[in-house]
Design a protein around this ligand. Structure first.
Ligand code: ATP
Length: 653
């Protein structure tokens, strides 16, 4: 039902006797959402559900949000279920009495572990119906599963999984099992969830005839809040107490909770950058674009330091040397009490200061690195300061943030430095070009160009409109005020971050391994993976082995049946559960007679890429950060604005 016509009170009246909110209510929502591809319907479903839940059982709302978004906590808490395929199979066998061969044949038939569990359990009869599962009860048990540690943890997890499956009825079993496998497959992606929360609380406050602009503003506020404080527990609690209008104050940027990173836009080359950055007297900074790992460092008044990755994982344990250098740095300046700064951690030769490659950085241990046994030494090149001494700097222009950064922290040779930079205007082309080449000589990827102050520039097109380029720090937004100029002029200006979604067995030496692999972009609005190419180049032997182990035939990570959230004209031998991002280079983006990725954005036909080549795994990105169809289309357009004949234009002519 359209949310503006929905009356939550009617549903509440009918459901009152079921408090605490039962899990079947949520799985009913999941079946509705599963049955549609329409984003509007999904948003309506989630919004209406939220409104009923607020009336019925507020304490279940945060749990429902986690369960709907296929997670149990924010990435920085590292709360992971850790339930493998074997735990699920053992639990299913124990709960339903099904034999291993019967389970395997169900899996071959359905290809989805949730559907398998549903069918295995549906015929099991019990004398007495077990008590209903509640939303909060399911969530709390999942947290217990995640927290199970030690050598008995697998048994403990299995028992808890069984406990839930025994109590699950009908559809509940399907979605419980998909949740165990961390592949819920409903289109409740982050943006949809945030939109639904914003709408539900606005309708609740202003009534069903609430004006459209109020709803839009609410969506903006909730999205902004998430970008600064990505934790549904806190967002839901703040919404319940003080509503949407006060959300920014009631759930602000908080130390030790990473903010979503600001993103830059690509340019195809230096001359395009000079046109896009503003008029001839616009001042900007050019910085080395280091090839390492992005890091957001938080320090509170007590001196506690946390370091987060681009994907919001807590990696403080990985970099005790950075913690050390910042702690001593904080001691140097006795006015520094708390801060959030951002920079790139890069492998470095301690003695000469020569920068190492991204590859050498990846040889560093991942966890619990001991400071006296570090073999890969690193330097943090700081490029932004977002918070200082209790005050957010997000709204300050970059010029001011940089001044505060440099005024607050002292450089420590080969351990902590400001990003190498020069200030320029579009008239300083020679200086920029020299700087660009020195960045390449220093093993950097190119340069980042950042506006020092916000400016208004003419917009593209003949209508004489203007647009604002902001030099504030805008979490989670890709801005025109941060431009990337990379070194690969001759090929595509950027790579794609694609999700592997299936594989074929190779020939000859590779007959036991996956090659080629089917790769996809991900639509952030629907969560659908759209296949874009097959890739069989650039893999090392180690990579073949690694991929084989991860997507082993018979494991929970592969299925023969096409998942409904995959859009692909090709059928690989096995589809893979999407869980990682690979960086792929290519010759160019082409209109495709086969693939449907980005269909309808530049043409009725889909897009593909020619000569894809695997570069590296992007461990710092989750599938939510994979390249989007819009980005693929953007690359296609840019390529043709560079002078290559555009078949669409040619056809039109
Ligand atoms: P995006 O973050 O835009 O999705 P990406 O993660 O694939 O893209 P790139 O396109 O390579 O990364 O460019 C942005 C990244 O460059 C930043 O996330 C950061 O890790 C890195 N970087 C290196 N030097 C700088 C710098 N001086 N300023 C900002 N970012 C920098």
């Amino acid at each position: 039902v359209n949310s503006s016509e929905f009356d939550p009170n009617t549903y509440f009246a009918a459901l009152k006797s079921f408090v605490p909110a039962p899990y079947f209510l949520l799985t009913h929502l999941f079946t509705q959402v599963d049955a549609t591809r329409s984003r509007i319907k999904i948003v309506n479903g989630l919004t209406n559900f939220t409104r009923v839940l607020v009336l019925m059982d507020k304490s279940a709302l945060a749990s429902a949000v986690w369960l709907s978004t296929n997670s149990i906590g924010p990435p920085y808490t590292a709360l992971e279920l850790g339930i493998g395929g074997s735990i699920i199979s053992k639990a299913l066998k124990s709960v339903s009495g099904i034999s291993a061969p019967a389970l395997k044949s169900l899996y071959d038939k359905h290809g989805d572990i949730g559907d398998v569990a549903f069918e295995a359990k549906v015929s099991v009869r019990t004398l007495v119906d077990p008590p209903l599962l509640s939303i909060k009860g399911v969530y709390d048990t999942l947290v217990q599963i995640a927290l199970a540690k030690g050598n008995k943890s697998q048994d403990v997890k299995q028992k808890l999984v069984e406990k839930l499956l025994i109590r699950g009825r009908g559809e509940e079993v399907r979605y419980l099992t998909r949740t165990f496998a961390q592949h819920l497959r409903i289109g409740a992606v982050r943006t949809t969830m945030l939109t639904a929360l914003a709408r539900a609380f606005t309708f609740a406050e202003y009534g069903s005839d609430c004006p459209q602009d109020k709803l839009q503003r609410a969506e903006e506020i909730v999205r902004q809040c998430y970008a600064r404080h990505p934790n549904y527990d806190d967002i839901v609690a703040a919404l319940l107490v003080s509503g949407v209008d006060n959300l920014v104050e009631s759930c602000p940027m908080t130390l030790h909770i990473p903010i979503l990173p600001m993103l830059g836009s690509i340019t195809k080359d230096m001359s395009e950058m000079l046109v896009r950055i503003g008029s001839e007297n616009t001042e900007f900074a050019c910085e080395f674009k280091y090839d390492g790992q992005r890091a957001q460092v938080h320090c509170d008044e007590s001196g506690k330091i946390s370091i987060f990755s681009r994907h919001l994982d807590n990696m403080t344990d990985k970099y005790p040397d950075i913690v050390d250098v910042l702690r001593s740095n904080r001691a140097i300046s006795d006015t520094t009490r708390s801060f959030i700064l951002e920079g790139e951690i890069v492998a470095i030769d301690e003695v000469t200061g020569a920068l190492g490659s991204f590859q050498s950085l990846s040889n560093r241990g991942r966890k619990d690195v001991q400071i006296d046994s570090i073999s890969v030494t690193v330097c943090l090149f700081a490029f932004d300061l977002m918070y200082l001494n209790g005050e957010s700097l997000l709204e300050r222009p970059f010029r001011k943030r940089r001044e505060l950064l440099r005024g607050t922290f002292a450089q420590v040779p080969h351990k902590f430095a400001y990003a190498e930079s020069i200030d320029a205007t579009p008239l300083d082309q020679d200086a920029i070009s020299t700087f660009f080449h020195s960045s390449i000589d220093s093993k950097c990827e190119g340069i980042m160009v950042k506006l020092l102050d916000s400016v208004t520039v003419p917009a593209a097109g003949a209508n004489k409109r203007t647009k604002s380029l902001l030099s504030t720090y805008t979490p989670d937004l890709r801005q025109e005020s941060w431009l990337k100029v990379k070194k690969d002029y001759d090929s595509a200006a950027d790579s794609l971050d694609l999700v592997p979604i299936g594989g074929w067995y190779g020939n000859g030496r590779k007959s036991n391994f996956w090659s080629p692999v089917l790769l996809a972009v991900r639509d952030p609005d629907t969560g659908v993976f759209q296949a874009v190419c097959k890739c069989m180049t650039g893999f090392t032997d180690a990579m073949y082995k690694d991929t084989k182990a991860k997507y082993d035939e018979g494991s929970i990570n592969v299925t023969r049946v096409k998942p409904f959230d995959f859009e692909t004209p090709l059928t690989p031998e096995f589809f893979w559960v999407p869980q990682e991002v690979w960086e792929i280079k290519f010759a160019d983006v082409t209109l495709s007679p086969v693939y449907s990725a980005a269909q309808g954005i530049v043409s009725d036909r889909g897009l593909s890429i020619r000569f894809p080549r695997f570069i590296r795994k992007r461990d710092d990105k989750g599938v939510e950060e994979a390249s989007t169809p819009a980005f693929l289309a953007e690359l296609y357009r840019r390529q043709h604005s560079r002078g290559t004949a555009d078949p669409i234009q040619e056809q039109a002519a």
